[in-house]
Design a protein around this ligand. Structure first.
Ligand code: HEC
Ligand code: HEC
Ligand code: HEC
Ligand code: HEC
Ligand code: HEC
Length: 217
């Protein structure tokens, strides 16, 4: 905690300073910096303690993302499932598998599996899953085809430019909420996604923030 707070304060001071200096030049400089390759983490794929496969569970077996990431409709944070969720099946399935050793150990000791975080925004950016999911933005827009990944990796830049590109024109990226976890969903009868999106925008009065304080609070 001690190291955590001063870092955020630093960033706010930094951002605050930029906000008070009005001018397009600075805007462009910030934009260039925030989208420069050094802050693009696309491709990041850490090694996980258990070789859990989304391709097997979410892809082949067709498990809904919501079964494990069950907070996405109501919270900012997308929960990583506790070991109990795995044990719903693995108390009976593949009980001798060496690949599940750490899961059984976690269940026995009550110590969570130490999953390594893949996606991580800087602390000075506010992000909320439920605001996106309930508006009809699918996981696929920001995480790609997770249901085809053996190991999760970051496939979208998740930088300021990426966020703003959609916030300025969300229509093509919206779908009825019941399909947000169906990553391969396409509009029925070849309908234009933007037409569906504009309908959803009108119904729900959707207007994503494009001002600085919308994401830097
Ligand atoms: C059986 C449980 C389960 C299901 C179903 C599941 N996940 Fe996961 N998910 C996990 C676990 C465990 C992790 C942490 C380990 C890892 O990153 O692979 C994880 C990690 C992730 C991450 C990376 C989180 C980070 O650290 O940044 C994303 C993104 C993700 N899941 C998306 C999805 C999507 C999209 C679906 C539906 C297509 C889905 N998951 C279905 C269990 C599940
Ligand atoms: C709905 C049931 C279900 C849930 C929940 C579930 N799994 Fe599985 N998992 C399976 C099945 C079935 C297989 C075996 C598929 C096969 O026959 O190869 C499997 C296979 C595995 C394997 C490969 C084992 C091997 O020896 O090949 C690992 C690792 C694994 N699961 C990890 C997890 C983790 C971690 C979680 C919790 C985040 C989890 N599973 C949740 C059903 C489940
Ligand atoms: C609009 C973009 C966007 C959408 C849509 C989205 N995510 Fe995320 N996701 C992110 C970002 C950004 C992070 C990193 C958040 C942070 O560091 O504060 C993240 C992080 C995660 C994590 C790690 C835990 C966390 O909350 O930091 C999981 C798990 C996850 N997402 C799963 C999902 C699932 C499942 C869906 C669909 C139901 C989904 N995400 C939809 C952008 C998105
Ligand atoms: C694919 C489209 C899309 C992407 C990408 C996207 N957003 Fe959004 N965002 C939306 C929509 C739609 C809303 C809902 C606006 C509404 O309800 O009026 C939203 C709302 C928000 C809100 C307001 C939520 C609230 O609780 O007030 C914030 C903050 C936000 N987004 C941050 C981000 C950040 C940060 C990123 C990039 C990491 C991002 N968004 C990427 C579409 C997107
Ligand atoms: C839709 C959300 C969103 C809006 C609106 C937004 N930003 Fe950002 N901003 C981000 C994200 C995401 C990052 C990158 C965070 C990361 O690298 O993890 C970022 C990064 C930054 C950084 C840090 C650059 C760096 O790499 O250290 C500054 C400074 C910044 N933004 C200023 C602004 C200013 C000024 C505005 C208004 C003109 C603004 N932002 C509007 C989402 C947003």
């Amino acid at each position: 905690m001690a190291a955590f707070f001063p870092k955020i304060v630093d960033k706010y001071v930094q951002i605050g300073g930029i906000l008070s200096t009005v001018g397009a030049v600075i805007g462009i400089a910030v934009f260039a910096y925030a989208t420069s390759p050094s802050v693009l983490k696309t491709g990041y794929q850490p090694v996980q303690p258990v070789p859990y496969s989304h391709k097997l569970h979410a892809g082949n077996m067709g498990m809904d993302c919501y079964y494990c990431h069950y907070t996405v409709y109501k919270a900012a944070y997308a929960a990583i499932p506790p070991t109990q969720v795995c044990m719903n099946c693995h108390a009976k399935v593949k009980t001798d598998s060496p690949l599940l050793e750490k899961v059984r150990e976690s269940y026995a000791t009550g110590q969570p599996v130490q999953w390594v975080r893949v996606h991580k925004l800087a602390d000075y950016v506010y992000f909320n899953h439920s605001a996106h999911i309930n508006s009809g933005v699918s996981c696929v827009s920001c995480h790609g085809r997770v249901d085809q990944m053996l190991e999760v990796r970051q496939v979208k830049p998740l930088n300021m430019f990426f966020c703003l590109e959609c916030h300025r024109n969300p229509a093509p990226n919206l779908r009825p909420v019941q399909y947000v976890t169906k990553l391969d969903w396409t509009p029925p009868n070849g309908e234009d996604p933007a037409v569906i999106g504009r309908r959803i925008i009108a119904e729900k009065h959707i207007s994503p923030p494009v001002n600085c304080s919308g994401c830097h609070r």
